[in-house]
Ligand binder design. Structure first.
Ligand code: BDR
Ligand code: CA
Length: 310
């Protein structure tokens, strides 16, 4: 099994990613670290617990992390995710406890304690927690096996500004630290996730699982969809964050290039843009496997099959 830490701001698609990870025996979830993003920290920590309880996994360790980006004011996305961040179905108030330690301390202590190259980080939100841990304890950087993150866009440009994707836009300074860290990166940008659409039949397949998890995922994706259909006129909404977990399980479902990706932090106009050297027109060293394509059918059958186990 592969040891992972999920760093997240749930968010319906974050919630589905967490469920996919918990349903997959190939992965051991060492902890879930929460960050402010889609909604403020108090809600992302609450939502992570709702999701783990839904999966019957009160044993998962959940930590509260940074409540705002390194330098910029927090920008949230209730207009996408609803007021709670997890609108779509009413679920019970969580009763499982949050861990006492700060998420950044958990990241640092875990990476110090585990053998080098054995822990994979899976950020699904703004990169504030990871960047803070790297700044505070630079010696942990070389111990990370790999970072597989949802964020950025190149050919699909921005979903938050014309140039930037939400996770990178919210904390570009944190993203810059992570992208320059030297840790091997796998980047799942909008270029891949905008091809993983929740069509009506795919949502129906979640509902047909006939389980509490299936009902929740169907209602979340239904809720998510109302926004993207209106906005992009597509046949469904992209289910961004579960693509990160899917890459860990089935990298063969994706295609991309190992290239240089830098983060724009200077210009307000293009703040948070992931400048991807797709055509290798600079001598800059490649730092990221930038995924541009996904086998959407393969992804949804993997996801639905795994969710059926919960
Ligand atoms: C990303 O932003 C959030 O709204 C989603 O949870 C996803 O992580 C997509 O741009
Ligand atoms: Ca997210």
């Amino acid at each position: 099994t592969r040891k992972i830490i999920i760093d997240t701001d749930p968010g319906q698609d974050d919630a589905v990613a967490i469920l996919l990870a918990l349903a997959s025996p190939e992965l051991e979830v060492l902890g879930i670290t929460c960050v402010a993003g889609n909604v403020p920290l108090a809600l992302t920590t609450k939502n992570a617990r709702i999701v783990c309880e839904l999966a019957g996994r009160r044993d998962v360790k959940i930590f509260a992390g940074c409540d705002r980006p390194l330098l910029r004011p927090l920008v949230t996305a209730e207009y996408v995710h609803g007021k709670t961040g997890l609108d779509g179905i009413a679920l019970p108030e969580p009763t499982m406890a949050l861990q006492d330690r700060h998420a950044v301390d958990f990241l640092i202590e875990t990476l110090r304690a585990e053998a080098p190259g054995t822990v994979t980080l899976c950020p699904l939100g703004p990169l504030t927690n990871i960047a803070t841990a790297f700044r505070r304890a630079p010696e942990i950087v070389s111990k990370v096996e790999r970072i597989v993150l949802m964020g950025g866009a190149y050919f699909e440009v921005g979903n938050t500004t014309p140039a930037a994707e939400f996770n990178i836009y919210v904390d570009p300074q944190a993203a810059e630290i992570v992208f320059k860290s030297g840790v091997p990166l796998v980047v799942v940008p909008l270029d891949a996730t905008h091809k993983a659409l929740t069509t009506r039949p795919r949502i129906a397949a979640f509902r047909a699982l006939n389980t509490p998890v299936g009902a929740a995922v169907a209602s979340w994706t239904d809720f998510f969809e109302r926004f993207d259909r209106a906005k992009y006129g597509s046949e469904g909404a992209p289910l961004h964050d579960p693509c990160v977990i899917a890459w860990l399980l089935r990298p063969d479902l994706f295609e991309g290039r190992f290239i240089n990706v830098e983060i724009e932090t200077q210009s307000e106009l293009t703040m948070g843009m992931t400048v991807a050297d797709w055509w290798r027109v600079t001598p800059r060293e490649p730092n990221a496997l930038f995924l541009r394509d996904i086998d959407a059918e393969g992804f949804y059958s993997l996801l639905t099959e795994r969710l059926s186990r919960l």
